[in-house]
Design a protein around this ligand. Structure first.
Ligand code: KIV
Ligand code: NA
Length: 266
């Protein structure tokens, strides 16, 4: 068991202390993030883009997710490791269970799935089998071809209502954590207050219970030259990656990141 558990995350939410999360794909960066005090390491399928150079997360396989989870596990020092289930690896309940077992046995402490209330039965079955679940909602990059691009989600009354209802249904199904990507700041804050489980945001404003960024983004590294509006370069003014990680943890904890300019309006 890691030092940081689902219970720790619940306690941080109750205390009103912000949760810090960063992506990690290898042992060295995992270790550095832990030493800076990052509580949750996300083995994100963003590795398809930042590690593999793909143009979306769709080509990533569950075997690759398990491989990088093992790399992160070997560098980990007490953080909670969350691993993404890759594109189409949880299309059926059977696949969801088999593929969650793969990444849990590789070293994950929690799995992350993209979607809404239709995944409630999967969340329940995983929890019953000892697998805590983080549900990724809002902008879900595995559905980029359905969404028609990487766009802000939850704008307008109908979409906002749907997102709120999904969050509550997934909490009731036993989800341990929610992650909101690119949703209006006000809506993300509202959802964070409406559920008891912690809510992590990326491009979701300062009102969530914690923050996550892709590690390459927050170090100012970019393959494409395009940086999303919600990213801050924490390497600026620092002389080491370690110091940049520490600056991120400090900024999330003291509420100075994200600023209003990193969020989206309704
Ligand atoms: O894969 C990833 O890095 C993610 C974060 C952007 C939340 O899912
Ligand atoms: Na992801």
């Amino acid at each position: 068991m890691p030092d940081v558990t689902v219970t720790t995350l619940q306690e941080l939410k109750q205390k009103g202390e912000k949760i810090t999360m960063l992506t990690a794909y290898d042992a060295t960066f995992a270790r550095a993030a832990c030493q800076a005090g990052v509580e949750v390491l996300l083995v994100g399928d963003s590795l398809g883009m930042v590690v593999q150079g793909q143009d979306s997360t769709l080509p990533v396989t569950i075997q690759e997710m398990a491989y990088h989870t093992g790399c992160v596990k070997r560098g980990n020092q007490g953080a909670l490791i969350v691993t993404d289930l890759s594109f189409m690896s949880y299309a059926t309940l059977e696949q969801t269970l088999v593929n969650s077992a793969l990444v849990m046995q590789a070293g994950a402490h929690m799995v992350k799935l993209e979607g809404g209330a239709s995944l409630a039965p999967a969340v329940q079955r995983l929890a019953e089998n000892g697998v805590p679940v983080c549900m990724h909602m809002g902008l879900t990059p595995q559905s980029v071809n359905v969404l028609g691009g990487y766009k802000v989600q939850g704008r307008g009354d109908a979409q906002a209502r749907q997102l709120r209802a999904d969050a509550i249904a997934l909490e009731q199904a036993g989800a341990a954590l929610l992650l909101l990507e690119c949703v209006p700041s006000e809506l993300a804050a509202e959802i964070s207050q409406a559920v008891r489980i912690p809510v992590i945001g990326i491009g979701a404003g300062a009102g969530t219970d914690g923050q996550v960024l892709v590690v390459h983004d927050m170090l100012g590294l970019s393959l494409t030259g395009r940086t999303p509006k919600f990213v801050k370069n924490f390497m600026a003014g620092q002389t080491s990656i370690q110091a940049a990680f520490e600056a991120y943890v400090t900024a999330v904890k003291d509420g100075s990141f994200p600023a209003a300019e990193h969020g989206f309006s309704a």
